[in-house]
Ligand binder design. Structure first.
Ligand code: ADP
Ligand code: MG
Length: 625
């Protein structure tokens, strides 16, 4: 179903599909139609022009009805073309899968054979096969199928090699499945889309090749005619009676065009990346709703978010990933954002620079001010000059954010040249400086390394160096140490703390680990279900958490030398952000919940040293109790 709707979105492919359906339908019902006999010759009636009585498309050099011959010829050409494609795809795929799956010597022997077939010029090989087998349509079919087998074999082998080493195939082997069963149940379903794609893009080509052989008189033999031999027979009268050539020629053109358009559409629609619903490329910057109400800044700082709202429209559901977040960082300060996975931390951070993918993301309210300038709704060109230059990001997985084929130094220089022209020499010098700044030993030599030659910790340092490349004022680090082990994590945190102090950087540090917050952050904001539930100085919150959620999160953190305290998990799951309860979002999991918690929206109430979104905070006796 998804496949059909994706296909229908591609207008040309849809047109191809419609034309092909009509042609195939016509070919299928040809035997039922009241057509003249295509083989009856009537030489007194030769070369009748189209649109004459009794012969809509005219007659050929033997006086045979062209419409009837066209219909039967089309049927024959389609049948032979599709049969050749099916044979080539089946044999080619089988050869490819076997070579790719078994590998080693089997692969070598099979693929060298395929290479030999490929070494012959295509059409020459087909001619040689027909010459050896003798003329005739079946032999032409065999020849066309044979010359196309290497194409399928090569394609499918490549895909199979990639799949045969995947973990799920290993798992199947470990569970004792036979090779044949693994190939049929694990490999084949994964290569099937590729086979279909390869077929849909080559079947038009194969129809042409068969027509070519018939045109040369090697395929269908008189009086039977496919489109190719009709063209061949009409060749002598090309100048005097062009309609005899135009009729089959136009049909070949229509069929091949329609199949190729359809094939392109099938390829696009079967591509899993497009099937996931992303046929449209995301916009360069996150979409901002027209009726957004830019909120006034309530706090002070270089970067101030006020009442930021970001939604995702997925089908007919609306996920309120960020539901009114206000926070601020000052130069030289580190603000931690902490919360369970899915609480909206990343979306908050990405909204600032318009990096949330749209569709489905939309920013519907609030503002993000950088030195007073509202970034939400700023023109894309403006955002681009600020991205990386004023506000830089560090992501969790440097392995995924660094390009595997470029050296570290080149990538650092590129980060700089995105914002200002820089020569080769200067780029190199600056890259070394940056690697020095993030304490990579022997920076001069390491800039020529590729990302895979570095350890995880070193790569993350490169990620930080890249963020520093244009001397930004704000760095947003989204779980930069989550993929690292604890000792490396400590080094990276110390490095960030140093950099922040030396350069007066404002850092927003996203994590789900209170230990990390305690080491690095001056202030911390705790997020739950897209909202900040507690915000204040790190020390105060770590010492006396007031929101029950904060308290429960901290109870999950083991303490060194903390005795035999039980580590508590928080029961239940965070609520789905498309269906938030009216009152406190944490109420269902909270052990301090009371009836008034569920009544209505709770404000973030300021207390002596922080702000808390809770009616019955921990450590405070409630008068109403
Ligand atoms: P985290 O706090 O772990 O960084 P995120 O900010 O990534 O969480 O996600 C917050 C919420 O937004 C999640 O509930 C997720 O379901 C939703 N979300 C994130 N990205 C998308 C997306 N591309 N489409 C739909 N929903 C999304
Ligand atoms: Mg995240």
């Amino acid at each position: 179903m998804i496949f059909l709707s994706l296909l229908a979105r591609n207008r040309l492919a849809l047109a191809g599909l419609i034309v092909m359906s009509i042609v195939i339908l016509m070919a299928a019902i040809t035997p039922l139609l009241p057509l003249a006999d295509p083989y009856i010759t009537n030489t007194s009636n030769r070369f009748v022009l189209p649109f004459s009585d009794g012969a809509i498309l005219g007659t050929d050099h033997l006086g045979r009805d062209l419409l009837s011959r066209l219909m039967w010829g089309t049927q024959l050409s389609l049948a032979v073309g599709f049969a050749a494609a099916t044979v080539a795809a089946t044999i080619g795929a089988a050869v490819g899968i076997i070579a790719g799956y078994y590998g080693g010597r089997t692969d070598n022997i099979i693929m060298r054979g395929v290479d030999m077939l490929m070494a012959f010029p295509y059409i020459l090989l087909a001619l040689a096969i027909v010459a050896a087998l003798g003329t005739g349509l079946i032999n032409a079919l065999i020849a066309v199928a044979a010359v196309n087998i290497p194409f399928f074999a090569r394609n499918i082998r490549g895909i199979t090699v990639g799949i045969a080493n995947k973990e799920f195939v290993d798992a199947a082997r470990l569970s004792g499945m036979s090779d044949a069963r693994i190939i049929l149940t694990e490999i084949l379903p994964n290569v099937l889309p590729v086979i279909v794609i390869a077929m849909s893009t080559t079947v038009g080509w194969m129809i042409l090749e068969t027509a070519g052989l018939s045109f040369l008189g090697l395929g269908s033999q008189p009086p039977v005619a496919d489109l190719g031999s009709m063209l061949g027979e009409a060749r002598a009268a090309l100048i005097t009676n062009p309609h005899t050539s135009i009729v089959p020629g136009a049909m070949i053109l229509v069929i091949v065009m329609a199949i190729n358009l359809l094939g392109d559409g099938v390829r696009d629609a079967l591509d899993p990346r497009l099937k996931s619903g992303a046929l449209n490329r995301p916009l360069p910057a996150t979409q901002v709703a027209h009726d957004r109400a830019p909120a006034p800044a309530k706090e002070e700082g270089i970067l101030v978010l006020s009442d930021l709202h970001t939604l995702f429209h997925v089908k007919d559901r609306i996920f309120r990933a960020v539901g009114g977040v206000s926070l601020a960082v000052a130069p030289g300060e580190c603000l931690g954002i902490i919360g369970e996975s899915g609480s909206g931390k990343s979306v908050t951070a990405l909204s600032i620079m318009g990096l949330v993918a749209s569709p489905p993301g939309v920013i519907t309210g609030g503002s993000a001010r950088l030195e007073g300038e509202d970034l939400i709704g700023a023109p894309y060109a403006r955002l681009r000059t600020l991205r990386g230059r004023k506000v830089a990001y560090i992501f969790q997985d440097p392995q995924a954010t660094l390009h595997p084929l470029y050296r570290i130094g080149e990538q650092l220089a590129e980060a700089i040249s995105a914002h200002r022209a820089i020569g080769r020499e200067e780029g190199r010098r600056r890259a070394i400086e940056l690697l020095d700044a993030v304490r990579i030993p022997n920076a001069g030599a390491r800039i020529d390394d590729y990302p895979h030659e570095m350890s995880g910790g070193m790569r993350q340092r490169v990620g930080i160096a890249m963020a520093l490349a244009n001397d930004p004022e704000v760095i947003i680090a989204d779980e930069p140490t989550t993929a690292l082990d604890v000792t490396v994590q400590a080094q990276i945190l110390a490095l960030l703390a140093d950099l922040s102090r030396e350069r007066g950087l404002a850092i927003i540090f996203i994590t789900h680990d209170f230990g990390v917050v305690g080491q690095l952050c001056d202030r911390v904001a705790v997020m739950y279900a897209g909202r900040i539930v507690e915000q204040g100085p790190t020390r105060a919150i770590l010492d006396t958490p007031q929101h029950p959620y904060t308290a429960r999160l901290m109870a999950c953190v083991p303490e060194l030398g903390g005795g035999r305290r039980r580590l508590e998990a928080i029961p239940g799951l965070p609520p789905a952000v498309d269906d938030l309860p009216p009152g406190c979002a944490f109420a269902d999991r909270c052990d301090r919940v009371q009836s008034d918690c569920r009544l209505g929206a709770l404000p973030l109430r300021p207390t002596a040293d922080r702000a808390v979104r809770c009616l019955h905070p921990v450590g405070q006796t409630d008068a109403a109790q």
